[in-house]
Design a protein around this ligand. Sequence first.
Ligand code: NAD
Length: 485
Amino acid sequence: MSDRSRYDLIVAGVARPAADGAMVAVREPATGQVLAEVARAGAPDVDDALGAAAAAFDAGVWADEPATARGRVLARVAGLLREHAEDLARLEARNAGKPIGDARWEVGAAADTFEYYAGAADKFFGEVVPVADPGLDVVLREPVGPCALIVPWNFPLLIASWKVAPALVCGNPVVLKPASLTPLTALRLGELLVDAGVPAPCVSVLPGPGSVVGDALVADPRVAKVSFTGETATGAAILQTAAPNITRVSLELGGKSACVVFADADWRRAAAETPLAVFGNAGQDCCARSRILVERPVHDAFVEAFTARTRALRVDDPLDERTEVGPLISDAQRRVSLDYLELGAQEGARLVCGGRVPERAGSFLEPAVLVDVDNRMRVAQEEIFGPVACVIPFDGEEEAVRLANDVPYGLSGSIWTSDLGRAIRVSRAIRTGVLSVNSNRSVRTETPFGGFKRSGLGRELGMHALAHYTEVKNVFFCSGSRPAR
Ligand code: NAD
């Protein structure tokens, strides 16, 4: 299946070419070679997908199924993802350039996501409110309507599953818009959704340019809800496009997350574990700990250990089992990192390792560590979205919190300390949506994920995500007129 060389769109559950017959070549970042030819959706395909989704929603197809039945279908999706896990992982590794071990983890996590929401199907419900009026007041949770789910290229299948599973389990039809560079696993997911029993009109997958397909989806009044993951600037444009229709929007955007290492921490473990928290997925991770704040007494020793581990990272072919870091998604994305490295040098930062382009095909870049970084430099303020780490020294808790918060973003972060009181104080003071103490993990299926400030609006994962895919309706049943006082 991973050897398929041609992919159609999925429109209302059916594979078919784009209405205008357009095709686009999808490349393998590790080689630059064409991996597959993929149909490129346009406005008429969006119209067909939304026409089917809206008609199905109005007719109560899927939305009127018992929640338990919808949950059972999602459990079947999880089963199919596991059945096809190795094929999907290889496809993702080749299309997104990610190490095969990471791709396997992501496919497993996508299956976990469907399993989690399968179980949540009949455990997310309304309330009965004790009102003063005589009668019964109930709060209902109803599906919101057709959902446009727009995803980026860095975790194509995983982020799609974070949106598709909660949207579907609440009874909504979905139209999934993968990134143009990485549509393959999203199209496979669309097929598996239909195979598992999601009604055909409720499933469309439309690869195509964001400026055409994404924009047409967001602007369409038939779309009740947009869930978007991508750049902050794109998120801002989406909010504007959605405004005239008051379309519900949730956004998972960029980050410039801090890893704060106090001198009292097990800083050796932090130095060993943090390189993959910055350079994993070649740094193309919204949660990348791209600013590493280190308390001055351990700064130099930390930098030495951190750069030693960074130099030892195996940067290689994504399909090699030993690879820890693959190529960037494209030469253009690598250019962004190289430009930031030049900018960092001009700003006075010092490159202590990496930053070289290896002599081989593909958009590889050696993981780069910048030291002598001041938090006001652009390399410390802007999301680079590549394998570039900035190490910044600090003195004391107050400065650590000030620096951690002094960026426009607020997605994720880590605090390394052995002092429980400090862990509590600092985790309360840092303004991000997700934090871990003595760990760099940000994402768990069961817990809410999303950002403060310009990192986004709303939360994915956990039970919190379900609120975004439902409307709240209050119904009061009067049991008679109020007795006269
Ligand atoms: P991007 O904003 O360029 O594109 C994301 C998606 O939006 C793609 O499918 C694209 O085609 C589509 N799109 C582009 N313009 C659009 C428009 N005008 N209307 C509607 N859709 C449009 O982002 P990217 O380069 O694919 O992804 C990288 C960015 O994503 C980084 O900033 C990263 O931090 C962010 N990201 C955030 C999270 C998170 O959960 N917070 C997770 C992963 C990635």
